[in-house]
Design a protein around this ligand. Structure first.
Ligand SMILES: [Zn+2]
Length: 302
C-alpha cells in the first residue's frame, strides 16, 4: 500500500468513527431512558395500581378497572355493590310553584266553637251565637256559682292544693249569662264611664264569663280581700306559678292590654284544659291572642 493509500484509509476510518461514536451515545441513551422509564411513577403505578389507592405515586385518580377497592370509597360515593341510585325526573322548568301554605290561626286547637274549652273570645271575637250558654254547668264547690263540669272539677283541685300550700283562694264570681253580663257591663259604665268600663268589663256576648270557663278569685285570710289588690297577694303568686298544672291560665296578664283589650286582671282565671295551659306556660305565658297568632283585640273595632 502506498503512503497515499494509507492516508486515505486513515481518513476513512476517522469519518466512520466520527459518525458511529455519536450514534452509539444516542442508542445507549435511549436504552437507559427506557430502563429508567420502567420505574417512573406512572409506570410503577400502572403495575401496582391494583393494590394501592388512587392518588399514590402521582397516578391519575381514575379508578382502576373494577372500581375502587372496598373501604377506599370517598364520602358520598356509592358503595361498590350498590345499584345506581334512581334519579327522579326533574320537575318541569315551567311547572307553576305551589302556593305557600298559610297556617290558619289556632295552631290546631278549636278556638271558634263557643263550646270548645279552647275557644278564644275577645273584643274582636264575639261568641257565636251572641247569647250562647253552655249546657253542662254544675255548682262550684263552696261557692254559690256555676261553671262547666271540667272547669269546676279542676278548680276544686286547684283550690285544695293552694290551701295545702298556705295560699287559700275563694271564688268571687264565675259564669254569667248573656243577660247577666249585660247588667254587669251596664253597672260598670254607670260607675266608671264608658272608657274605663270598656277596659274593665266586656259587653254581653264578648265575655269569657259567658263560656262557663272563667272564674274571678280572691285571697282568703289575706288583708286584701278584694280583686283590685289581689296581684300583691301570696295567692296570686301561687296562681302564676301553678295554675297551668290544673288547666288554667291567668288570662289577662300585665303588659298584654294591647292584645287582650283589658288591663291586667290577676284574679281572672280561664280554664283551657291542661294541654293548652301547659303549652302557654312553656312559652312564657303570652296572651291567648299572641299564642294563637290572632290579631290584637284592643277594642271592638268601631
Ligand atoms: Zn273575670
Amino acid at each position: 500500500m502506498t503512503t497515499a493509500a494509507r492516508s486515505r484509509t486513515r481518513r476513512r476510518r476517522r469519518r466512520v468513527a466520527f459518525v458511529v461514536a455519536p450514534l452509539l451515545v444516542v442508542v445507549s441513551g435511549i436504552g437507559a431512558f427506557v430502563a429508567l422509564d420502567r420505574f417512573a411513577p406512572d409506570a410503577l403505578a400502572a403495575r401496582v395500581g391494583a393494590v394501592l389507592p388512587s392518588g399514590w405515586l402521582g397516578a391519575p385518580s381514575v379508578p382502576a378497572a373494577g372500581g375502587p377497592a372496598p373501604g377506599l370509597t370517598t364520602e358520598g360515593s356509592a358503595t361498590p355493590d350498590a345499584p345506581p341510585a334512581a334519579t327522579p325526573d326533574p320537575p318541569g322548568a315551567d311547572e307553576p310553584e305551589p302556593p305557600p301554605t298559610v297556617e290558619p290561626p289556632g295552631r290546631g286547637y278549636d278556638i271558634d266553637s263557643p263550646g270548645s274549652v279552647t275557644v278564644v273570645v275577645n273584643k274582636r271575637r264575639p261568641l257565636d251565637p251572641l247569647e250562647y250558654a253552655p249546657d253542662d254547668l254544675v255548682p262550684v264547690a263552696g261557692a254559690a256559682v256555676t261553671m262547666r263540669a271540667a272547669a269546676a272539677e279542676a278548680l276544686a283541685d286547684l283550690r285544695a292544693d293552694a290551701q295545702r300550700d298556705g295560699s287559700p283562694i275563694a271564688v268571687h264570681s264565675a259564669t254569667r249569662t248573656y243577660l247577666e253580663q249585660r247588667t254587669t257591663f251596664e253597672g260598670w259604665v254607670a260607675q266608671l264611664g264608658d272608657e274605663k268600663a270598656e277596659r274593665a268589663s266586656a259587653r254581653a256576648g264578648y265575655s269569657e264569663h259567658q263560656t262557663g270557663l272563667a272564674v274571678d278569685v280572691v285571697a282568703l285570710g289575706d288583708p286584701c280581700g278584694v280583686m283590685s289588690c289581689f296581684g300583691q297577694t301570696d295567692a296570686s303568686a301561687w296562681l302564676v306559678a301553678n295554675a297551668y298544672r290544673y288547666g288554667f291560665v291567668v288570662r289577662y296578664g300585665d303588659g298584654h292590654e294591647s292584645w287582650t283589650g283589658y288591663k291586667a286582671e290577676p284574679w281572672h282565671l280561664r280554664y283551657v284544659g291542661s294541654g293548652l295551659a301547659a303549652a302557654v306556660h312553656e312559652e312564657g305565658e303570652p296572651s291567648l291572642e299572641e299564642f294563637f297568632g290572632l290579631e290584637p283585640a284592643p277594642d271592638y273595632g268601631e
